[in-house]
Design a protein around this ligand. Structure first.
Ligand SMILES: [Zn+2]
Length: 373
């Protein structure tokens, strides 16, 4: 089957599963491994799209759950789709809404058909099914849409995860059947199976058999120990074909990005860089800095001497500390801009290190700077 999105493998690291590639889409190429900034409500918080682009972002993520409730996907469609509505012309990935809906403990009910839930905005009742998740994402007009799945909680027993996986597989088939705009939008499948290797294998075989343009490894980073998460991830990746992109959702600290890349993952997203920015934290090559700290009061150097972003070119730590302490909006704007730049630049460094076959050396350098020796 011909897809609207293709993956080109450029180079493999000789010592790990890390790989350098390009995702070709109708709205432009995405160099991988890639970090995708999150624009939950059709905006990367505190940043204009021009700044997001200037930071080097080649794709952003938006949330189906939030946008279907407000302003409503039909309104976004009326505006000409999400790209036009929010003034972002590069690729957009939308999630299915499933993750948020399943997180609404007590406020939702799961059946074979889908999930009924109450709106967090006004308490009104809604239903999300595989067909509706595809319909909403079709209205939004994202370049990559995600299948509607259940992410089982952690811990969960084998029988629960097995039942959930069987339903997720049936839901995936329903998503595929409901997805007609295949010339413009790519549907990604999501591997589940909890922490159980036999179920992970079963899930992988099922999604790969569907011949989708890309695959996500879901159900990780849900509260399990880091070592276990990495072991399961390592196991899962081996089932996925070389010629399709692999995506781990909701991961964004430097260590998880490196560990994911090392295990062959191409795509990541997380709200982390902009969220911590709004709490006054700068992510730098010397580690995270709390800008409220008194030690920055008279520090007239940039946030990160290795960074050439707009914030670091023009403002000092002392000034940013002052803005944070004064609760000025500009503090969030400058810190979000820098943090996003920092993470995207780190991914650029990762890509270069794979090209030069020095990924592990680069990882060590960044770790020593960020986490200390
Ligand atoms: Zn900077």
């Amino acid at each position: 089957m011909k897809h609207s999105l293709t993956y080109e493998l450029i180079k493999k690291d000789s010592r790990t599963k890390a790989r350098r590639g390009v995702i070709h889409t109708l709205r432009g190429d995405i160099q991988t491994p890639v970090f995708m900034p999150v624009g939950t409500q059709a905006t990367v918080k505190a940043m204009r799209p021009e700044q997001v682009e200037e930071s080097g972002a080649e794709i952003i993520l938006a949330n189906t759950y939030h946008l279907m409730l407000r302003p409503g996907h039909k309104l976004v469609e009326e505006a000409g789709g999400l790209h036009k509505f929010m003034n972002w012309n590069k690729p957009i990935l939308t999630d299915s809404g499933g993750f948020q809906v399943f997180s609404l403990k007590g406020l939702r009910k799961i059946t074979e058909d889908g999930v009924t839930f109450q709106s967090y905005i006004d308490g009104s009742r809604h239903i999300l099914t595989p067909e509706i998740a595809v319909e909403v994402q079709t209205s939004l007009g994202s370049d990559i849409m995600m299948a509607f799945d259940e992410c089982p909680p952690y811990p969960a027993d084998w029988h629960y995860v097995k039942k959930s996986l069987d339903r997720t597989n049936r839901w995936l088939q329903r998503c595929k059947d409901a997805h007609h705009n295949t010339e413009k939008q790519a549907l990604f499948g999501i591997m589940q199976g909890g922490m159980y290797y036999d179920l992970r294998k079963e899930s992988a075989e099922k999604i790969v058999e569907m011949d989708l343009p890309g695959y996500s490894i879901g159900g990780l980073s849900v509260g399990e120990p880091k070592e276990q998460m990495l072991e399961v991830l390592d196991y899962c990746v081996d089932f996925l074909p070389d010629n399709k992109p692999r995506y781990v959702m909701g991961v964004g600290t430097p260590d998880y990005l490196f560990e994911g890349v090392e295990r062959g993952v191409d795509m990541f997203d997380c709200v982390l860089p902009t969220r911590v920015a709004r709490n006054g934290q700068a992510m730098t090559s010397e580690g995270p800095l709390n800008m409220k700290n008194k030690r920055f009061e008279h520090d007239f150097t940039p946030l990160d001497h290795k960074c050439d972003c707009y914030t670091c070119r023009n403002y000092s730590r002392a000034y940013i500390r002052h803005l944070v302490k004064s609760n000025e909006i500009m503090a969030s704007m400058l810190l979000s801009n820098h943090n996003l730049h920092f993470l995207i630049n780190m991914m650029k460094g990762i890509r270069k290190s794979i090209e030069e076959d020095r990924f592990l050396e680069f990882k060590k350098e960044v770790y020593e700077g960020y986490y200390g020796k």
